[in-house]
Design a protein around this ligand. Sequence first.
Ligand code: ADP
Ligand code: MG
Length: 733
Amino acid sequence: MAIHLATPISQLTRVGAVTAKRLSKLGIANVRELLQHYPLRYEDYTKILDSRHLESGLAGSMVGTITAIAKRETSHKHMKLSEAELDDGYGIIKLIWFNQPFITETLKEGDRIIAAGTIERDFNGWVIKNPAYEKATLGQTLHTARLVPIYPATYGLTQKQLRFLVSQALAAVAEFWEIIPEAIKKQAKLIDKIEAIRAIHLPENQAGWQRALRYLKFEELFLTQILTEQSRRALQSATAPAIPFQEQATKELVSSLPFKLTTDQRKAAWQILKDLSQARPMNRLLQGEVGSGKTVVAAIAALNASESGFQTALMAPTEILALQHYQTISQLFPDKPVALLTSKHSRLSTRVILNGAKRSEESQRLSTGSQPEAGRPLADFDSVPLSRDSAQDDGLQTLSRNDIKKAISEGKVDIIIGTHAIIQNDVIFKKLGLIVIDEQHRFGVEQRKQLKDKSVVRLVPHLLSMTATPIPRSLALTVYGDLDISTIRELPVGRVPIDTKIIESSGRAQAYRFMADKIKLGQQAFVVCPLIEDSDVLGVKSATAEFEKLQKIFPNIKIGLLHGKLKSKEKEAVMADFRTNQTAILAATAVVEVGVDVPNASIMVIEGAERFGLAQLHQFRGRVGRGEQASFCFLFPTTSSAQVKHRLQAFINTRDGFEIAELDLKLRGPGQIYGTTQSGFVENLKIASLSDSELISETKNFAKMIMDQDPLLARFRELKKELQNINRELHLE
Ligand code: ADP
Ligand code: MG
């Protein structure tokens, strides 16, 4: 059968329904997607080992004959072993596989194989544990004797399977088209795309891999830069609602706050209000230290939009954050209709829309979720303000989702808070004027594009993104040259700096006693734990284990448990208990990373601290130190290696999120061997990352050049087609 890029994955040899389903979890449905599933890294098994010259730790491959093979069970722990002897013509080494008893079915005495792995020495000689192996000739290997690709995988899919499938799929590689214009390809000294894709999977050597990586990163960044350039140009000529400064209402809000705004907050708010007053769409990033009070600044912007008759959509990355924002904002604006929409929740804060019908009937209708009669004129609806409590009593809080969405589309809700996906996919706005995106790192270009089309008013909404993990300034300039930035550096007065400490295992007991003492004083603690296993993506296992451990350590303290698998109602209950100090300790996965605001919490314990990026640690640390009490951050590393200490110490010495972002970049560095697909900053980059700063500026220049020459890209058909595909995908997302 001929294999094409569009061939469904299920038509490849050895792909049944089960495997196809597993592949689909990786986003792979056809050959093209399989070929664009790039390796995470490579094992270097290029070196051909000689049994006469071995040393521990040496990685490579050995070509030889199996002279003995058998399986057995260890007396201790009953582990199943398969053991073989491999003779390379000069001597014998041992191969041991753990828990792979089937190996003795596939390998027989006398077989010629290539085995690859890392040499170790045990009591009776040289051994390779769990070696990769294949019956193949040198030069045609897939799993040994080369740079062997290691792919992002999922449960039930082995690396061997993925490699086997990719090697089949490569039959279609010639169907890939060049997207990068020929002249640019030449000038940038890029190899051919076909060669790049082939070599990213099965590089001949390091140099070949480097060239492939450069091509693919270049292509990705180039496309991103063109998209950015296109939206920049589009924005410049677009019309946004001019939202005048609502002085009276703004002053009232500010004076109703229980605190004084910091100078930086005032400045940021002022810059935003100035942007809003223009008929040109705002494109502003609000960067601010964790806990610096970005939410209230966004609220000021939302207030101004609302007073001018425009809606605000506030998008949060998680349910917990959306809920928290909903609580904060609906408290700030007790008289304004504020809606919450996540995949699990829908709520409307205070004001409920009723028409002339009797209220009891109306509440019945709303809570059973039936549609109002068609054709009833909007003007017939009255807005009846209800206090929060009476609204609850009326059962009106249980408005169905559809009712809330309808109210939004009729322009009866001023502020809509929810998770990204929901707001993007489900909601039609009547008059959307402002989008606020909290804690997401792609700064909303796509979101705005999508939401614009969802607003009945054909005006481009203003956009405000907020982040506490700022991208380093140097990069901000190269990546988002035209993004306006407001920065809140100053923390509200009265915040005590957080005392951060590395705790060695010998100091654990003391740290726990310290926690117990603080809890006795009425304070609270977070305990964050890293994922133990790759398969435990939701952190159920890690967090549960931590929770059980803590229960033993603190038998008299109430402890909450938060992980990704909890239903959102449960999550909400856990957070509510913690917020109201019903539980004094919260054992959690990284879900508490962003935004969570519990001022009474004064201790942040981070287990496996070295496993987190510095920016992430900084986020965790920012969860405490929000009240007046002295706050602490304890880092529990799992190793005491000098490198780990160095990194954590650097973190301790730095309080400034911006510096930490730079530091992270420096310590992790662009030179991370064999590259990483995770940028941590920009989610839609698959292979390039923000640390590719030279390529970023190079591609930016090329993108500008092309757009200047040919703004519609009429002469670059393949490029244009690809951009259309990307846009289509983004819209379907
Ligand atoms: P972040 O910038 O991390 O999103 P938040 O907006 O969640 O921070 O604010 C953190 C906490 O600080 C909140 O409890 C908020 O009410 C409080 N806060 C905001 N501004 C001030 C201020 N000027 N003075 C005192 N507390 C403030
Ligand atoms: Mg926040």
